[in-house]
Design a protein around this ligand. Sequence first.
Ligand code: CA
Length: 228
Amino acid sequence: MQYTILIIEDETDINQLLNNLLRAEGYQTLQAFSGTEAKLLLKSQSPDLILLDLMLPGLSGEELLYDLRENLKLDIPVLILSAKSALTDKVSLLKNGADDYITKPFEPDEVLARIQAGLRRAGKEKAEEKQLIYKNLILFPQARKAQAAGRDLSLTAHEYDILTLLVQNPQRVYSREHLYELIWKGGYYGENNTVNVHVSNLRKKLKDADPDTEYIQTVYGIGFKLKE
Ligand code: CA
Protein backbone atom coordinates (compact mmCIF):
# COMPACT_ATOMS: atom_id res chain seq x y z
CA MET A 1 0.00 0.00 0.00
CA GLN A 2 1.28 3.42 -0.93
CA TYR A 3 0.80 6.05 1.76
CA THR A 4 0.11 9.70 1.07
CA ILE A 5 1.72 12.33 3.28
CA LEU A 6 0.52 15.92 3.39
CA ILE A 7 3.35 18.40 4.03
CA ILE A 8 2.19 21.72 5.48
CA GLU A 9 5.15 24.08 5.58
CA ASP A 10 5.39 27.68 4.37
CA GLU A 11 9.15 27.70 3.78
CA THR A 12 9.44 26.56 0.19
CA ASP A 13 12.92 25.06 0.60
CA ILE A 14 11.96 22.91 3.56
CA ASN A 15 8.67 21.89 1.98
CA GLN A 16 10.49 20.84 -1.18
CA LEU A 17 13.22 19.06 0.77
CA LEU A 18 10.61 17.01 2.65
CA ASN A 19 8.76 16.38 -0.57
CA ASN A 20 11.87 14.99 -2.27
CA LEU A 21 12.81 12.95 0.76
CA LEU A 22 9.38 11.31 1.00
CA ARG A 23 9.05 10.70 -2.73
CA ALA A 24 12.46 9.02 -2.76
CA GLU A 25 11.14 6.66 -0.06
CA GLY A 26 8.11 5.75 -2.18
CA TYR A 27 5.50 7.91 -0.47
CA GLN A 28 2.96 9.94 -2.39
CA THR A 29 3.00 13.55 -1.29
CA LEU A 30 0.75 16.58 -1.16
CA GLN A 31 2.19 20.01 -0.47
CA ALA A 32 0.50 22.95 1.20
CA PHE A 33 2.22 26.25 2.01
CA SER A 34 -0.39 27.64 4.40
CA GLY A 35 -3.11 26.42 6.68
CA THR A 36 -5.80 27.70 4.35
CA GLU A 37 -4.29 25.85 1.43
CA ALA A 38 -4.09 22.69 3.53
CA LYS A 39 -7.76 22.92 4.46
CA LEU A 40 -8.71 23.35 0.83
CA LEU A 41 -6.63 20.32 -0.14
CA LEU A 42 -8.25 18.21 2.55
CA LYS A 43 -11.65 18.76 0.97
CA SER A 44 -10.66 16.59 -1.96
CA GLN A 45 -7.73 14.51 -0.68
CA SER A 46 -7.35 12.00 2.15
CA PRO A 47 -3.72 11.73 3.19
CA ASP A 48 -2.63 9.03 5.64
CA LEU A 49 -0.45 11.33 7.71
CA ILE A 50 0.24 15.06 8.05
CA LEU A 51 3.53 16.83 8.67
CA LEU A 52 2.58 20.17 10.17
CA ASP A 53 4.82 23.19 10.65
CA LEU A 54 3.79 25.31 13.63
CA MET A 55 4.92 28.73 12.40
CA LEU A 56 2.65 29.37 9.45
CA PRO A 57 1.41 32.69 8.13
CA GLY A 58 -2.26 33.37 8.76
CA LEU A 59 -3.75 30.29 10.37
CA SER A 60 -1.07 28.92 12.75
CA GLY A 61 -0.18 25.25 13.02
CA GLU A 62 -1.88 25.05 16.43
CA GLU A 63 -5.09 26.59 15.09
CA LEU A 64 -5.04 24.31 12.09
CA LEU A 65 -4.47 21.25 14.27
CA TYR A 66 -7.44 22.21 16.42
CA ASP A 67 -9.56 22.69 13.33
CA LEU A 68 -8.53 19.33 11.84
CA ARG A 69 -9.40 17.43 15.00
CA GLU A 70 -12.46 19.31 16.21
CA ASN A 71 -14.17 20.47 13.04
CA LEU A 72 -13.00 18.15 10.27
CA LYS A 73 -12.89 15.16 12.69
CA LEU A 74 -9.70 13.97 11.05
CA ASP A 75 -8.13 11.09 12.97
CA ILE A 76 -4.97 10.49 10.96
CA PRO A 77 -1.55 11.01 12.62
CA VAL A 78 -0.27 14.59 12.73
CA LEU A 79 3.45 15.08 13.30
CA ILE A 80 4.50 18.57 14.30
CA LEU A 81 7.54 20.17 12.71
CA SER A 82 8.97 23.04 14.64
CA ALA A 83 12.06 24.93 15.63
CA LYS A 84 13.06 23.97 19.16
CA SER A 85 12.48 27.47 20.48
CA ALA A 86 8.89 27.48 19.24
CA LEU A 87 8.10 24.17 20.89
CA THR A 88 7.42 25.71 24.27
CA ASP A 89 4.49 23.58 25.19
CA LYS A 90 4.85 20.04 23.92
CA VAL A 91 2.41 18.65 26.42
CA SER A 92 -0.42 20.88 25.34
CA LEU A 93 0.33 20.13 21.68
CA LEU A 94 0.09 16.42 22.34
CA LYS A 95 -3.07 16.98 24.33
CA ASN A 96 -4.52 18.95 21.47
CA GLY A 97 -4.17 16.14 19.00
CA ALA A 98 -0.57 16.03 17.78
CA ASP A 99 0.86 12.51 17.68
CA ASP A 100 4.52 13.39 17.73
CA TYR A 101 6.87 16.25 17.04
CA ILE A 102 10.10 16.71 15.17
CA THR A 103 12.41 19.62 15.91
CA LYS A 104 14.10 21.63 13.21
CA PRO A 105 16.72 21.32 11.94
CA PHE A 106 15.86 17.67 11.46
CA GLU A 107 17.75 14.65 10.22
CA PRO A 108 16.06 13.03 7.21
CA ASP A 109 16.35 9.61 8.84
CA GLU A 110 14.56 10.84 11.94
CA VAL A 111 11.69 12.25 9.89
CA LEU A 112 11.30 8.96 8.04
CA ALA A 113 11.46 6.90 11.21
CA ARG A 114 8.79 9.00 12.92
CA ILE A 115 6.54 8.86 9.89
CA GLN A 116 6.84 5.09 9.80
CA ALA A 117 6.08 4.84 13.51
CA GLY A 118 3.05 7.13 13.12
CA LEU A 119 1.66 5.12 10.22
CA ARG A 120 2.27 1.87 12.07
CA ARG A 121 0.35 3.07 15.13
CA ALA A 122 -2.52 4.32 12.99
CA GLY A 123 -2.61 1.07 11.00
CA LYS A 124 -2.79 -0.95 14.19
CA GLU A 125 -5.68 1.08 15.50
CA LYS A 126 -7.51 0.69 12.22
CA ALA A 127 -7.00 -3.07 12.19
CA GLU A 128 -8.26 -3.31 15.75
CA GLU A 129 -11.52 -1.63 14.88
CA LYS A 130 -13.94 -4.47 14.29
CA GLN A 131 -16.01 -4.19 11.16
CA LEU A 132 -19.25 -5.84 10.18
CA ILE A 133 -19.33 -6.89 6.55
CA TYR A 134 -22.23 -8.11 4.42
CA LYS A 135 -22.11 -8.26 0.63
CA ASN A 136 -20.74 -4.81 -0.36
CA LEU A 137 -21.71 -3.29 2.94
CA ILE A 138 -19.22 -2.43 5.70
CA LEU A 139 -20.26 -1.15 9.12
CA PHE A 140 -17.73 0.54 11.39
CA PRO A 141 -19.23 0.21 14.87
CA GLN A 142 -16.78 2.50 16.66
CA ALA A 143 -17.32 5.35 14.26
CA ARG A 144 -20.97 4.39 13.69
CA LYS A 145 -20.39 4.74 9.98
CA ALA A 146 -21.44 2.61 7.06
CA GLN A 147 -20.28 2.17 3.48
CA ALA A 148 -21.91 0.38 0.59
CA ALA A 149 -19.92 -0.39 -2.54
CA GLY A 150 -17.21 1.94 -1.22
CA ARG A 151 -19.57 4.89 -0.81
CA ASP A 152 -20.26 6.47 2.57
CA LEU A 153 -23.87 6.19 3.66
CA SER A 154 -25.26 9.13 5.50
CA LEU A 155 -27.54 7.37 7.98
CA THR A 156 -29.57 8.63 10.89
CA ALA A 157 -28.89 7.01 14.26
CA HIS A 158 -32.01 4.83 13.97
CA GLU A 159 -31.23 3.78 10.42
CA TYR A 160 -27.72 2.84 11.47
CA ASP A 161 -29.06 0.82 14.41
CA ILE A 162 -31.58 -1.05 12.25
CA LEU A 163 -28.92 -1.93 9.71
CA THR A 164 -26.51 -3.10 12.42
CA LEU A 165 -29.14 -5.30 13.98
CA LEU A 166 -29.98 -6.94 10.66
CA VAL A 167 -26.33 -7.47 9.72
CA GLN A 168 -25.53 -8.94 13.13
CA ASN A 169 -28.30 -11.50 12.72
CA PRO A 170 -28.57 -12.19 9.00
CA GLN A 171 -30.89 -15.18 9.30
CA ARG A 172 -33.37 -13.60 11.61
CA VAL A 173 -36.72 -12.06 10.67
CA TYR A 174 -37.66 -9.04 12.75
CA SER A 175 -41.26 -7.95 13.11
CA ARG A 176 -41.93 -4.23 12.98
CA GLU A 177 -43.01 -4.31 16.62
CA HIS A 178 -39.83 -6.05 17.69
CA LEU A 179 -37.61 -3.68 15.71
CA TYR A 180 -39.43 -0.77 17.27
CA GLU A 181 -38.87 -2.15 20.77
CA LEU A 182 -35.20 -2.85 20.15
CA ILE A 183 -34.28 0.36 18.35
CA TRP A 184 -36.57 2.86 20.03
CA LYS A 185 -36.12 1.11 23.39
CA GLY A 186 -39.66 0.37 24.31
CA GLY A 187 -42.88 2.27 23.99
CA TYR A 188 -46.05 1.12 22.35
CA TYR A 189 -45.71 0.54 18.63
CA GLY A 190 -49.43 0.52 17.90
CA GLU A 191 -50.49 1.62 14.46
CA ASN A 192 -47.63 3.94 13.71
CA ASN A 193 -45.59 3.67 10.59
CA THR A 194 -42.21 4.62 12.04
CA VAL A 195 -40.35 1.41 11.29
CA ASN A 196 -41.62 1.24 7.71
CA VAL A 197 -40.53 4.80 7.06
CA HIS A 198 -37.06 4.21 8.46
CA VAL A 199 -36.56 0.95 6.59
CA SER A 200 -37.75 2.57 3.40
CA ASN A 201 -35.31 5.48 3.79
CA LEU A 202 -32.55 3.05 4.61
CA ARG A 203 -33.29 1.03 1.48
CA LYS A 204 -33.23 4.14 -0.64
CA LYS A 205 -29.83 5.16 0.71
CA LEU A 206 -28.45 1.67 0.15
CA LYS A 207 -29.82 1.64 -3.37
CA ASP A 208 -28.32 5.04 -4.17
CA ALA A 209 -24.91 3.80 -3.08
CA ASP A 210 -25.14 0.30 -4.50
CA PRO A 211 -27.98 0.01 -7.05
CA ASP A 212 -27.34 -3.61 -8.02
CA THR A 213 -27.50 -5.17 -4.58
CA GLU A 214 -30.53 -5.78 -2.40
CA TYR A 215 -29.87 -5.69 1.31
CA ILE A 216 -33.19 -5.74 3.09
CA GLN A 217 -35.97 -8.20 2.38
CA THR A 218 -39.60 -7.73 3.37
CA VAL A 219 -41.05 -10.92 4.79
CA TYR A 220 -44.70 -10.63 3.95
CA GLY A 221 -46.95 -10.38 6.97
CA ILE A 222 -44.04 -10.48 9.40
CA GLY A 223 -41.37 -7.85 8.95
CA PHE A 224 -37.84 -7.56 7.69
CA LYS A 225 -34.67 -9.54 7.40
CA LEU A 226 -31.37 -9.24 5.63
CA LYS A 227 -31.68 -10.27 1.98
CA GLU A 228 -29.68 -13.41 1.24
CA1 CA B 1 7.30 28.08 9.01
